[in-house]
Design a protein around this ligand. Structure first.
Ligand code: CP3
Length: 341
């Protein structure tokens, strides 16, 4: 795998064109996803290795992307620790037993890796299907983002309860984050052991945090997780919404790649990072709603801006929205794959 476009770009080696994959590529914008989804619940899909493999392979077979991402969810760590997790159409993820007190935190279990064995099993099935063609990315949620779901009991607009908890009861917040971080490191090592070729840590909602709070309640734990990975020759990608602000700090956690949101010029932010840290990004996903001529123009504009830069992986600044036309995503991948530096 070390010769693949994706791994070479992740390790800042020379490439003939940027590799492409997209966050949430294994999901709802594909009609074929719905054919599977209509038969099973989301968690059933995650927990049945053959089905998780089928969904992982959809964008590989239908789009021809340069890296696959494991079909799962960032909240499976919270579930394994004792969260009562469900996903409802139109509502999203929900923990029916939110974590709000010291007793709630004490009840959360950290000896849970065996409960996530289904993920290792899925990885093995996926690797058989991929058969060495492209790398497989494993992933986990960052402790702050997972904590926000555990505390709020689901998605949140303003993270009011999470922030209140951090600000009024910082010791308890740290106890909770430390527990999640321990499980997350073990979980990612399980994925590495099972055969993933790269790791991405999703801190989707870090953007909600002030600089000092990001440092104390998020960055600290991501640093700890990355330092505890049995990395071998596996690149680690750090993603957050808010990376246009936090990237220089994120680099201190020693990832190989930082995934950048679309609020910043990618070349400018790359030049503010240490030598050898690659960037991933950063097309505004809304561009994929636009006319094909616009899609092509914006991709070319980004690629020209990054000409001569080593360590660049194409991605969106955040995930594909479920109602983006499949045809537009397919077109974007074609434009990218035809490009040559
Ligand atoms: O990227 C991929 O294609 C791989 C699979 C993947 C999923 N979730 C599948 C999924 C990954 C990497 C995730 C990560 C994830 N999950 C994140 C971080 C990524 C990001 O976009 O910031 C977050 C915040 C979650 C939590 C979560 N899970 C949310 C907010 C939702 C959707 C709520 C909604 O209805 O909009 C989910 C459910 C989910 N995870 C779906 C998929 C395909 C949709 C499930 C369905 O079919 O209804």
């Amino acid at each position: 795998m070390k010769d693949s476009l994706f791994i070479r770009a992740a390790f800042s080696q020379q490439i003939e064109r940027p590799p492409v994959w997209m966050m949430r590529q294994a999901g709802r914008f594909m009609p074929e996803y719905w054919e599977i989804k209509n038969k099973y619940s989301f968690l059933e899909m995650c927990k049945t290795p053959e089905i998780a493999a089928d969904v992982t392979m959809l964008p590989v077979d239908l789009l021809g992307i340069d890296a696959a991402i494991l079909f799962s969810d960032i909240l499976v760590t919270g579930e394994a620790m004792g969260g009562d997790l469900s996903f409802t159409q139109g509502v999203g993820p929900r923990f029916s037993n939110p974590v709000r007190t010291k007793e709630d935190i004490d009840r959360l279990d950290t000896e849970v890796i065996h409960k996530l064995q289904y993920v290792a099993d899925a990885i093995k099935v996926i690797q058989q299907r991929l058969n060495g063609s492209i790398p497989l990315i494993g992933f986990a949620g960052a402790p702050f983002t997972v904590m926000s779901y555990l505390i709020e009991g689901g998605s949140s607009r303003d993270f009011k309860l999470t922030k209140l908890f951090m600000h009024n009861q910082p010791e308890l917040a740290h106890q909770l984050l430390a527990k999640i971080a321990k499980v997350t490191a073990g979980y990612l090592n399980l994925q590495i052991e099972a055969g993933v070729n790269a790791i991405q840590i999703f801190d989707s909602w870090a953007q909600a945090l002030a600089w000092d709070d990001y440092k104390e309640f998020s960055h600290h734990y991501i640093t700890e997780i990355i330092s505890n990975l049995n990395r071998k020759d596996i690149p680690v990608i750090s993603f957050c919404k808010g990376s246009s602000v936090f990237a220089p700090l994120m680099a201190e956690a020693k990832p190989d790649v930082i995934s950048i949101d679309w609020n910043v010029d990618l070349k400018d932010i790359k030049h503010r990072l240490p030598q050898g840290v690659a960037v991933q990004g950063n097309l505004d996903p809304h561009i994929l709603y636009a006319d094909k001529s616009v899609i092509k123009d914006r991709i070319h504009r980004l690629f020209e801006r990054m000409r001569g830069e080593e360590g660049f992986i194409f991605n969106l600044g955040h995930g594909i929205m479920p109602d983006i036309p499949f045809d537009n995503v397919k077109y974007a991948v074609e434009v990218i794959k035809e490009f040559r530096y």
